[in-house]
Write a protein that binds this ligand. Structure first.
Ligand SMILES: [Zn+2]
Length: 295
């Protein structure tokens, strides 16, 4: 039998302490995102990003059916603006649009442009749940995930010799940016982020919600809804949602972050509002029954 001296025991204890500290750190997938600061350095300039976001919007406007209901648009926009103002990137203009599409989906492009499908609005049951979705999308914009995709696409374009897209990076002309926007949408890569980027957007969105005064349980609930849809109606999940980490993992990450660093935030704050209920009722009554998710 080994007998360790007090001194040896102290060394072993310190080592075990280090190991468990490392294990604990590795357990929290959000630790690497803490205290990050974000900027456009290494990417398109902010001015170029805003222009490119507007170009992408022009293309999407022609390809998608944007909802024109002013009440619904005003409601989503007002909620989004409040979250963006408390985000890590409050100083650019934000634009929130609703797309008439029954799949459960939401996405952000560049420079403050965020889109939500009517299918997602139909699936949410509270304003806090919807706030968690918008917070996540604003998180993508704050963390420059779209810009990262643009950068990757430009590198690819250089290698492939696609001069039009490559010129967009150097040329700065509106025409080139338009060409780059078209290529980005055609390539389908602008909104396809890595799972790590999705986790970062969840992390940032959770804190946006909390700072804006929402009950953070809304994010857990939203992931529970997505989890149920994954098993019962996977056909309703938009392609972008399908590329995210599994909803069960996202719910677990959110729960452990709340337990570790946001204790009590799931027991206070806004869950629902009369505005959400009004919009929800009107939206549901105006949507054809077949467009409602059945689960
Ligand atoms: Zn995302």
């Amino acid at each position: 039998m080994f007998r360790l001296s007090v001194r040896q025991l102290a060394v072993v204890g310190a080592l075990l302490g280090l190991l468990s500290a490392a294990a604990f750190a590795a357990d929290n997938p959000y630790d690497k995102f803490r205290n990050r600061s974000y900027s456009n350095q290494g990417y398109l300039s902010e001015e170029e990003e805003l222009q490119l976001g507007a170009e992408v919007h022009e293309q999407l406007r022609q390809q998608q059916r944007l909802v024109t209901d002013p009440g619904l648009n005003a409601y989503v926009n007002s909620l989004g603006q409040r979250l963006a103002a408390r985000s890590m990137r409050p100083n650019i203009p934000y634009h929130f649009y609703v797309i008439d599409d029954k799949t459960i989906n939401a996405f952000a492009t560049l420079g403050g442009y965020v889109y939500v499908h009517t299918g997602l609005l139909a699936a949410t049951l509270s304003e806090a749940q919807l706030a968690s979705v918008l917070g996540h999308e604003i998180g993508h914009i704050a963390a420059r995930h779209g810009l990262e995709n643009v950068k990757r696409a430009q590198k690819y374009a250089l290698i492939a010799g696609l001069v039009g897209a490559a010129a967009g990076a150097a040329g700065r002309s509106a025409g080139n940016l338009g060409q780059l926007a078209a290529n980005l949408i055609a390539g389908g890569k602008l909104m396809q982020h890595s799972r790590e980027a999705e986790r970062e957007a969840d992390y940032l969105g959770l804190y946006d919600m909390q700072r804006t005064g929402y009950n953070t349980r809304g994010m857990v609930e939203l992931f529970e809804i997505l989890r149920s849809v994954e098993t019962t109606r996977p056909d309703l999940l938009g392609s972008i949602m399908r590329s995210h980490p599994p909803a069960a993992e996202r719910a677990a990450n959110t729960r452990s972050e709340i337990a570790a660093n946001l204790q009590g935030s799931d027991r206070r704050g806004t869950e629902n509002t009369p505005d959400f209920q009004r919009v929800k009722v009107r939206f549901e009554s105006s949507a054809p029954p077949r467009q409602r998710p059945r689960y």
